[in-house]
Design a protein around this ligand. Structure first.
Ligand SMILES: *Cc1c(COP(=O)(O)O)cnc(C)c1O
Length: 455
């Protein structure tokens, strides 16, 4: 096999998403109501999400059809290529084979449109006219703006104030696709006004922006809320990545020994890895699966597996997940998409059951790996993606020592064209490494809710 890009035709694109809940040896822990401590039902979520997405959240069906209208939009950039990183292998001098699944070819430049398009579609079908969401650096906001535009839904994005001021390009992208993007905290919600009353110059946070987007959706009949990671239906939609990758490996006559993805809320990792995890869980395959996070937000490697709120303002239901505490504020690293205190329940369950491993890296070694990759392969990865690249590089260098010709597969979740300031700072030697002491981590872990957690 001498090809560099392993491609699928549009006809070979998966027709169904894979729902790993159907194959779990034990079910996911229930989501709890913070007041009563009782499991919540579909009706509790109905003000925020259309019913079809809520049903996907709890579905035990193994394969769920990707609606034709969604596949039709996917065809704009899917199937994405699986690329053999021959030049990088050579540069590293490794006997290992490295493959990367390149999600940077989507219109928004990352894997996020895979779920944004599906969510816009189900909202449209439910007669929803408007959706709200929050965005940090703007990756999710731009993906949802793109998707809503195609389905004729109004999209309003609460963007964290600092990013709104410092990173105008993602905001302009959202506006180009017809969305409304406003800085958070804003005067448009009670949650925003409360923060502004205390601090008119508040830089905002993802937690505040979530509270604003949720408040508006809960308040308005014609408006729902949309989330870009963490939830089960998001993981489901992202499995299109791994299902394609498996077919591509079949074509290449290969199968990975190691599967790698970076984790913020867990969606690109889960989407890529889950079809391979299935082979391990159901067929007893030996594939190693590695989730990579920053030391500045070490959710899986240093957090606790407890019930916690999904947001800082304590407005969401309680979710059992690895968490650093809902009031943990991660250091300002350049991988904005990886700065989340919690993690997708599906990823946490797999970690707890021992099907996946986790490791954390500091940002300077991560950028060093990104430079090595981009100088061999050309593509400039997002700083988030660079975490997966660093782990793949370590595995490949390990193979160099041991002489093993392992097959390493990583998910390249997005490009870094809007993150060039971070590259500039790295090249100028101005990036700071962050790591937390046990004491610092204990501070936010002390504030976990009592409900659901035995003392
Ligand atoms: C948002 C984002 C991430 C992190 O989110 P996950 O849900 O963990 O995938 C990673 N990479 C890119 C390029 C992103 O845009």
């Amino acid at each position: 096999m001498t090809e560099t890009k392993i491609l699928l035709s549009e006809d070979e694109m998966p027709t169904h998403w894979y729902n790993i809940q159907a194959d779990f040896p034990k079910p996911l822990p229930p989501v709890l109501h913070p007041g009563t401590g009782k499991p919540i039902g579909p009706d509790d979520l109905a003000p925020l999400f259309p019913m079809e997405l809520i049903m996907q959240e709890v579905s035990q069906e193994r394969f769920i059809e990707i609606p034709e209208e969604v596949r039709d939009v996917y065809r704009l950039w899917r199937p994405t290529p699986l690329i053999r990183a021959r030049r990088w292998e050579k540069a590293l001098g490794t006997p290992a084979k490295i493959y990367y699944k390149w999600e940077g070819v989507s219109p928004a430049g990352s894997h996020k449109p895979n779920t944004a398009v599906a969510q816009a579609y189900y909202n449209k079908r439910a007669g929803v006219r408007r959706v709200t969401t929050e965005t940090g650096a703007g990756q999710w906001g731009s993906a949802l703006s793109f998707a809503c535009n195609l389905f004729g839904i109004e999209c309003k994005v609460y963007m964290v104030r600092v990013s709104y001021d410092q990173k105008p390009y993602r905001r302009i992208m959202m506006e180009t696709w017809g969305a409304k993007c406003i800085p958070s905290p804003s005067n448009e919600t009670a949650a925003g006004r409360k923060v502004l009353a205390k601090d008119p110059n508040s830089p905002g946070s993802l937690g505040i922006a979530i509270s604003e987007a949720v408040e508006e959706a809960a308040k308005r009949e014609d408006t729902k809320y949309s989330l870009g990671s963490v939830l089960n239906h998001v993981m489901l939609h992202q499995t299109v990545i791994g299902l394609e990758a498996k077919r591509q490996f079949e074509k290449a006559g290969d199968y990975p020994d190691v599967v790698i993805g970076c984790v913020g809320g867990g969606s690109n990792f889960a989407g890529f890895a889950i079809p391979f995890v299935r082979d391990k869980m159901v067929d007893g395959n030996k594939v190693r699966v590695i989730a990579v996070e920053p030391t500045a937000c070490p959710t899986l490697t240093k957090g606790l597996y407890r019930y916690d709120f999904g947001d800082t303002a304590c407005t969401t239901p309680l979710i059992k997940m690895y968490t650093l505490g809902h009031d943990f504020i991660p250091a300002p690293i350049h991988s904005g998409g990886l700065r989340y205190h919690g993690m997708a329940p599906i990823v946490c369950h797999l970690y707890d059951l021992g099907f996946i491993e986790a490791r954390a890296y500091r940002q300077n070694p991560v950028f060093e790996a990104a430079m090595s990759f981009t100088r061999a392969e050309g593509h400039i990865p997002a700083p988030e993606t660079a975490h997966a690249i660093k782990a793949a590089m370590d595995e490949a260098l390990h193979c160099k020592e041991s002489g093993e010709a392992k097959v390493i597969a990583l998910n390249a979740s997005g490009h870094g064209h809007f993150d060039l300031t971070a590259y500039q700072k790295y090249m100028a030697g101005g990036l700071e490494d962050f790591e937390y002491s046990e004491e610092e981590l204990q501070r936010s872990l002390k504030n976990l809710p009592r409900v659901g957690n035995s003392p």
